[in-house]
Design a protein. Structure first.
Length: 364
């Protein structure tokens, strides 16, 4: 009782003299004007095109219940994953990665392009809004990790963060996983930042313009095809049945792009690629579509993948190599793959403006 009374007298004495009870330091407040943090994110990639490097990457990826939604009990999937898939799949995936490694800069194409996108966006933002933004890159799986990116923004004193998953169309298995990864890391932060999350930009005018520009530039150089196929990463049909509106957004992107290019209904189609397992996925399937086109008199085709913001294994190896082979072996005569938007200036300008628009009302 006496100790509480003495403490009360000391506190009263401090208040009378006008001295603060507590002295804030650098661990409580950032020095200088805080910036708005920009967190760019994409799927991720193994550190090397080897079975040893692919195995932990696949374990992290396929353990995500947003990506694989196994029926209960979930321990059955864990046994299948660890006993079967992770003993067979890494070798096959490593061989596929070896075919694309170092083809777009150093290392994985996805990571190399993502780093270039980060630098370009940072430069564009600095030109438009000097000193207002800090940009970091964090992958959902693999390196650079989400933790390293958020730690970077925290160390730079960012009290407000905009998360931009580089997936134009929302899917729970892609964009949703980014949200989960960010939330998981922020659980460890004592001071949680103000947060804004861009869930999709599937119908943004400048995004559609950039896609249309890329098609026109490619066709100016390589000529026009009989048919334009717009291929998106697939999802299991049961995800759509549960309410995932990803295919709806893909439809709207496809329609908007076709409008912009003045395409007739018989000159284009939407399809889905990269299916895994034996369950039904969203149709039409890209590989089956390409195999069937020559029999319909379509001998010249070009493929664009609007859902991929950067070229990666699924576009370079799966589309421009594997699916090209399907088409040509089925009687096709000319196949062209239109690259992803990558670091195109109109793509970077669009993403930068999207970030500025989403920072509206925030005073850094």
């Amino acid at each position: 009782m006496i100790e509480y009374f003495i403490g009360y007298l000391i506190t009263l004495k401090i208040l009378i003299r006008g001295k603060p009870l507590y002295q804030c330091s650098s661990i409580h407040e950032s020095a200088g004007q805080p910036k708005i943090g920009i967190l760019l994110s994409n799927l991720g990639t193994p550190d090397a095109p080897t079975s040893k490097a692919v195995r932990p990457y696949l374990r992290q990826f396929l353990s995500d219940t947003r990506v694989i939604e196994p029926p209960p009990p979930r321990w059955v999937w864990k046994i299948i994953l660890n006993a079967v898939i992770l003993n067979l799949r890494p070798r096959k995936s490593a061989k596929a990665y070896q075919t694309v490694w170092d083809t777009h800069g150093e290392g994985s194409p996805l990571l190399s392009i993502a780093k270039s996108q980060k630098l370009a966006i940072n430069s564009e933002l600095e030109n438009r809004a000097p000193g207002q933004f800090e940009v970091a890159l964090g992958m959902c799986y693999g390196n650079p990790s989400m933790k390293s990116a958020l730690d970077e923004l925290e160390q730079k004193g960012c009290k407000k963060i905009i998360v931009l998953p580089l997936y134009p169309q929302y899917a729970a298995s892609s964009t949703g996983s980014v949200f989960d990864a960010v939330a998981k890391e922020l659980l460890t932060w004592r001071n949680v930042p103000d947060l804004r999350f861009i869930s999709n930009y599937s119908e943004e005018e400048k995004y559609i313009d950039a896609l249309a520009n890329s098609v026109k530039e490619y066709q100016k150089k390589h000529g026009k095809p009989d048919f334009l196929l717009m291929s998106y990463h697939g999802i299991p049909k049961r995800y759509f049945d549960k309410g995932d509106n990803y295919p709806c957004q893909c439809c709207r992107t496809t329609f908007r792009l076709a409008q912009k290019l003045n395409l007739k209904p018989d000159e284009y189609q939407m399809s889905f690629q990269s299916r895994l397992g034996v369950a039904e996925w969203m149709k039409e399937y890209t590989d089956q579509t390409l195999k069937s086109l020559p029999s319909k008199g379509i001998k010249k085709v070009q493929v664009i993948c609007p859902g991929f913001s950067a070229d990666c294994l699924e576009t370079i190896e799966e589309i421009s190599e594997e699916n090209k082979e399907y088409f040509m072996e089925s009687g096709g005569e000319d196949f062209g793959y239109i690259p992803a938007l990558n670091e195109r200036p109109d793509h970077i300008e669009f993403l930068s403006q999207l970030l500025i628009d989403n920072s509206a009302g925030w005073k850094n």
